[in-house]
Design a protein. Sequence first.
Length: 260
Amino acid sequence: MRVRLCWRRDGRNPNEKKYAAAQLAAHLRQGGWDATLEHIISRDTKRGLTHNLLVQRDEGAIIFAALIPIDSLHAIWNRQREVSDDLQRRGLKGQAKKNHAQNGTSPTVWLQDDRTPSGHEVADALWHWPGVIDLAMLTPFLMESVPTDDTYDDCPLPDYLSLGRDEGERVPVVRSEVRRDPHVRRAVLERAGFACEREGCGERRDFPGFLDVHHILGAEKSDRVYNCVALCPCCHREAHYAPYADDLNKQLLEHAKRFG
Ligand SMILES: [Zn+2]
Ligand SMILES: [Zn+2]
């Protein structure tokens, strides 16, 4: 599961015990709120994660621990957004103007909102969702911080011989691809002088196939030279998987746009 911490309660905000919420992303992706949610969910699903655990801590105690099946996350967020809109329409949101679910640039899931008499309706949308469990309710005592002995490794050593196999079995695979023009690929490699175009990198090798041509906004969006950069394998992985991939892609797009 992916564990996400709710906003900290550190005594700085006098209201802080009245609400609990967790942000799902540092910033929005291209495509907006729903695209950001889908990205998070498909990324986590690919990693084999099945749940999000949203944890609100208050000094030594865990007061909420919402265990959310990953395939319900988007729908729950949507529902909270609708409820928040609805409170707004009914004039029940007090001074708050923005939607609960859209906090700055982050999709946000709410576990508690007691700042106004009706705010709890947003959190209720989470707690009433089928399959959502509050693990904190299963813990009848306040947890005290007990020093734990983590000097030993509690993961059993893997039995390497039981992993994998020697003779691979072939399985047929059907997949669809976006058609790409080989001339675009060629033009980008030539433009790049056959070296990685990421600023400060410039890696090159003297054999064809070393460089990848990365479609910054995706090949489906545009297979044109101004959406493509030549990248070495490391930079290409970073552009897809690094936590700062969005910033890197912005920088790459700035570079590629000059050729549009
Ligand atoms: Zn790529
Ligand atoms: Zn590179």
